[in-house]
Each structure stands twice: as C-alpha cells, then as structure tokens.
Design a protein around this ligand. Sequence first.
Ligand SMILES: Nc1ncnc2c1ncn2[C@@H]1O[C@H](COP(=O)(O)OP(=O)(O)OP(=O)(O)O)[C@@H](O)[C@H]1O
Ligand SMILES: [Mg+2]
Length: 260
Amino acid sequence: MMKIAVSGKGGVGKSTIAAGIALTIARRGGSVLAVDADPDANLADALGIPRAAQGSIVTIARHRELVEERTGAKAGEYGQIFKLNPTVSDIADDYAYAHRGVSLLVLGAVKGGGAGCACPESSLLRALVQDLVLRRDETLVMDMEAGIEHLGRATVRGVTALVVVVEPGMRSVETVKRIVAMAAEIGLARIAVVVNKVRSDDDERYLRESLPGLDIAASFPFSDRLLASDRDGVAVIDGMDDGMRARLEALVDFLEGKYS
Ligand SMILES: Nc1ncnc2c1ncn2[C@@H]1O[C@H](COP(=O)(O)OP(=O)(O)OP(=O)(O)O)[C@@H](O)[C@H]1O
Ligand SMILES: [Mg+2]
C-alpha cells in the first residue's frame, strides 16, 4: 500500500500534486486518505471542497475536547504530564471529510512550539500520523510543509516514498537538497521528485541538471488553466487539460509501481 508524503518549498505545488494524486486514486476506485499536515492548510481547496462546506471539517489539533480526552492534558498548556501513546486508531474514521471518494483529514497547527514541541496536541498528531502510516490499509497521501523533521523515525520507516515537488528556480532546488539531506539523516532514501511549472525545455534541463542522481517521477508544465482553477475554487484535476491529466495518471502508475 502506497504511503507518500509530499514536500517541497512553499508554493511549488505540493497541495496541487497531493490532491491530484489522491483524486486520481479515488477515481480508479482506490481507497485513499489525504492528510493535510501543513499548518497553513489548503488541501481542501485543491480537492475542490467548496469553502462553504469546509467549515464542517474538523481540524484535529484545534479539537480541544479530543486532545484533552486522548492525552489527558489541557490543550495549549505546557509542563503537564500527558499520555505519550494516546488512542488514535478511530480518529480518521470519525473525523475525515469525504469528497469525491477521497477522505480528507486536516491535522492543523500546533500553537507555540511547532510540531516537535512537548505539548498534548503535537503528541496526539504524532501518534495519529504514525498510526495512519503504519497501521491503516488504505493509500495515504500527506501534504506536508517544507520540512519533514517532525515526522519521527517510526513514521518515516513506514512512508513508502517522499515526493518532493520542485519548480524551475534556484531557491526551490536548494529546498529539495535540504529535504533530501534531512531525509537521509532519518533513513529515508526513497525519494521521488516531481518537476512542476515548467515553461520551457531550458527549465526542464535546468532542473534535471540541478538534481543529479534523483529519481524524476514526473514533469508538469506551467498551466494558466490550472492556476485559474485555484482562483475559481475548482478541484485540481478539473483544472487540468488532457495532457496534464495523462501525466498525473502516469505519475500515479509510477509511484504505485515503484513505491507501494
Ligand atoms: N503546473 C502549474 N501551473 C500553473 N500553476 C500551478 C501549477 N501547479 C500549481 N500551480 C499554482 O501554484 C500555486 C501554489 O500551488 P499549491 O498551493 O499547490 O502549492 P503548495 O506548495 O501547496 O503551496 P503552500 O506552500 O502555500 O502550501 C497555486 O495557485 C496553484 O494553482
Ligand atoms: Mg499547500
């Protein structure tokens, strides 16, 4: 079963690619859980969930009663004793939002200390992500922020591939290199690069030459139509032309073939 985490510099297209992969798997009849693990969450938009409906999506870290019930500690307070192994196995079933065959789970930001802090919210999220990666038997697509250091070693062992999105530009290439180095430190070598927003052969060549030795899983052109789909609140796969959708299908085939 494929368990992927999608990372990359801000704005490169992580949510676009993550949503595209999840929607494609769902369209094929697969069971897929999309996890928004970016504190600045916007995977719901990329999936095309109308803003009016997004109000009913529960953000796990912000659900104080849940955090308190599971960890035995007050959310947002430090210096407490709380359960390090809270029960989490029912959370995805209870709180995921179903849309076009994709189940979306929004984790939310941990206030004050980042995802690595010793607070009840982050303890709950860590246990939850670990459970999703290691114990659930559906395809998992996680939309991450640029870093992956907060994943934890146990989780990383279960991630079948880290998908890193890059756009033509030195800054986004540098972020890829940082992510790859970070991944290596925690023992994750299964990395697939997705090249995005390519406007020319020069762009494509630049990226391939800048990232030697990395597995380039797919390349997507810059598309005005896809950009407009963000403005219009349309699901990413509905904002893709046939050529782009074919590339997305090929990417899913590639990932499932190599990183299941
Ligand atoms: N191939 C593409 N062509 C044109 N626009 C694109 C393409 N891919 C993504 N975009 C646009 O780029 C913007 C950023 O994309 P997206 O939100 O997926 O990136 P992100 O990496 O998740 O960003 P963030 O770091 O803010 O979470 C969006 O407006 C999206 O529509
Ligand atoms: Mg995003």
